[in-house]
Write a protein that binds this ligand. Structure first.
Ligand SMILES: NC(=O)c1ccc[n+]([C@@H]2O[C@H](COP(=O)([O-])OP(=O)(O)OC[C@H]3O[C@@H](n4cnc5c(N)ncnc54)[C@H](OP(=O)(O)O)[C@@H]3O)[C@@H](O)[C@H]2O)c1
Length: 270
């Protein structure tokens, strides 16, 4: 299997290192990296191949998978030169936020096999959750290959209805920001309750990250973990009475995620 990685920034390099950890031979991977110093560094450190643009790829180069990991705003201009690969039947795997399958079909041809994937920021530490969505040209073997490649940066889910990608973007794509805000809000509240700012920030950070890891390691649902730390009439119950009242956290989070879903729909149309 030969792989071409177009864009080797934060997300591309995280995936690249994951693939090498999975045992993919470095010489099966070629990256397109416009920055010569960065390319030299990747080649020397990881033993992969690198070119600075699509023009430098050998004319007989026909990768099995082309991973598109550049910023969505420059995707149109970057992707166009790779349309010539479509005739050889690779699968194109895009991780660009908000870029639809139709937008790639317009660039790569309606025959192109394309997977649109939405990772999230914890992918940079191998703890992301990515949702993939294939177009009608993707074979089962290509879908399986893409899932394996995405597993390099965390868990993978699969949907076949592309319209669900707006809700996916709103929940898991944008979700890390909600959790960071939760840490900020808890820190702020701790200060209001009398703690020094530094201590409040450390307690909030450790509580959010530790609870996230506990949730990750536990087989229990979040609701059971919550109930397990809530004594009747205790301190946690007093806080949850506020958070779970009408208009509380669930209502606010639902409003927020529906707003993000709506914005994702709007952005896909623009
Ligand atoms: N980071 C996240 O948490 C996250 C989450 C979900 C989805 N994504 C998606 O992942 C994609 C990449 O995001 P990122 O955060 O990794 O961005 P990034 O760090 O800016 O990486 C993009 C890379 O593409 C390179 N590049 C620019 N023009 C190129 C060209 N013509 N050919 C090949 N490479 C080129 C850039 O090089 P220069 O820096 O030299 O321009 C940079 O190294 C985006 O589409 C984004 O929507 C990211």
């Amino acid at each position: 299997m030969t792989m071409l990685l177009v864009g080797c920034g934060k997300m591309g390099s995280a995936m690249l290192e994951g693939w090498l950890d999975q045992g993919i031979p470095p010489l099966d991977i070629t990256i397109v990296e416009p920055n010569a110093d960065a390319a030299d560094n990747f080649v020397a450190r990881l033993g992969i191949n690198a070119v600075s643009s699509a023009d430098e790829l050998p004319s007989d180069y026909t990768p099995d998978v082309v991973v598109l990991a550049v910023k969505p705003q420059i995707m149109d201009q970057v992707v166009a030169p790779y349309a010539k690969l479509t005739q050889h039947g690779p699968v194109f795997l895009s991780i660009a936020a908000g870029r639809t399958l139709a937008s790639f079909e317009a660039l790569l041809g309606t025959d192109a096999a394309i997977v649109r994937a939405m990772p999230n920021t914890p992918a940079s530490i191998g703890r992301g959750i990515t949702v993939g969505c294939p177009n009608a040209n993707v074979s089962e073997a290509q879908a399986s290959l893409c899932k394996d490649l995405l597993k390099a940066v965390g868990d993978v889910e699969w949907v076949t209805d592309e319209s669900l990608m707006d809700a996916v973007t709103a929940l898991s794509g944008s979700g890390p920001a909600y959790i960071f805000l939760l840490a900020e809000a808890m820190s702020h509240a701790g200060q209001q309750a009398g703690l020094a700012p530094d201590l409040a920030a450390r307690l909030a950070r450790a509580t959010v990250s530790g609870s996230g890891e506990l949730l990750n390691q536990s087989l229990l649902p979040a609701s059971t973990l919550r109930e397990n730390v809530t004594s009747p009439n205790g301190t946690t119950a007093a806080a949850l009475d506020v958070l779970m009242a009408d208009g509380g956290l669930t209502d606010v989070m639902t409003k927020a995620i529906l707003a993000a879903t709506k914005r994702s729909v709007e952005l896909a149309k623009s």
